[in-house]
Design a protein around this ligand. Structure first.
Ligand code: PEP
Length: 250
């Protein structure tokens, strides 16, 4: 089965509503004839603004995180119900900044993945090793653990709404990119793990994005690899001048 490229932008903790609106308008115009699947994940406070601007476009609305509980006394958290209410279709979970700065572990991430899927949201589940884990030869083991634990209890049916993003932590926001060959090798390995969990059909159809300093000048070489099906873009997604060439790579 041919997999469709999926290019997503993670705006992290950037942009006021006015700034987000400018970028959203630029992307709607520039990507309307784009051939791939697109998503942008603005910060929580700009979701409503961006939702209104992209609602009739080919760009999906993503959130960068959600609370582990459905609702209740959780000061400062944002629930899946609130995200759905704003028109969010997909939530990014297990991003390395959530894992390493905010100490989210595999168990917590798994509960979030299950909750989001239960409420009909799609999920981008991020996995990826630290530099020292790579240097110790543990990159595959770490990605396997994060994939298997993150997907615990998720049916094959629900898994069809999960995208995996392989993001080596040492490449995020550092300007260092995994070589296309190194990235492809881990993607192939994650695909094999998915096959063990859900069978060969799921392994063949799962979308595995690469993330880690993707830029206009390296996107095409990464996407040319057999097992790389798209990109999760941080820094370069903050300006249309850098995101659009990635989104329209050929
Ligand atoms: C990310 O945050 O998911 C990411 C890949 O960031 P950057 O593109 O800036 O490395």
């Amino acid at each position: 089965m041919a997999r469709k490229y999926f290019i997503a932008g993670n705006w992290k903790m950037h942009k006021t509503r006015a700034e987000a609106a400018v970028l959203a308008r630029e992307l709607v115009a520039a990507l309307k004839d784009g051939r791939h699947k697109y998503l942008i994940a603005p910060g929580f406070t700009t979701l409503e603004t961006v939702a209104a601007l992209i609602k009739d476009s080919n760009i999906l609305l993503g959130a960068q995180n959600c609370a582990v509980e459905e609702q209740g006394a959780h000061t400062g958290e944002v629930s899946v119900l609130q995200l759905k209410d704003l028109g969010v279709q997909t939530v990014i979970l297990g991003h390395s900044e959530r894992r390493h700065i905010y100490k989210e572990d595999d168990g917590l991430i798994n509960r979030k993945v299950r909750l989001a899927l239960k409420h009909g949201l799609d999920v981008i589940l991020c996995v990826g090793e630290l530099l020292e884990e790579r240097e110790d030869g543990r990159a595959e083991a770490v990605c396997k653990r994060q994939t298997v634990e993150g997907l615990k209890g998720i049916s094959a049916d629900d898994f069809s709404r999960v995208t995996i993003a392989y993001e080596p932590v040492w490449a995020i926001g550092t300007g260092k990119t995994a070589t296309p060959e190194d990235a492809d090798a881990i993607h192939a390995y994650i695909r094999k793990v998915i096959g063990e969990l859900y069978g060969s059909g799921a392994a063949e159809s799962v979308i595995i994005q690469y993330g880690g300093s993707v830029k206009p000048d390296n996107a095409a070489a990464l996407m040319a690899k057999e097992n790389i099906d798209g990109a999760l873009v941080g820094g370069a997604s903050l300006e249309s001048g850098t995101f659009v060439p990635i989104a329209k790579f050929s």
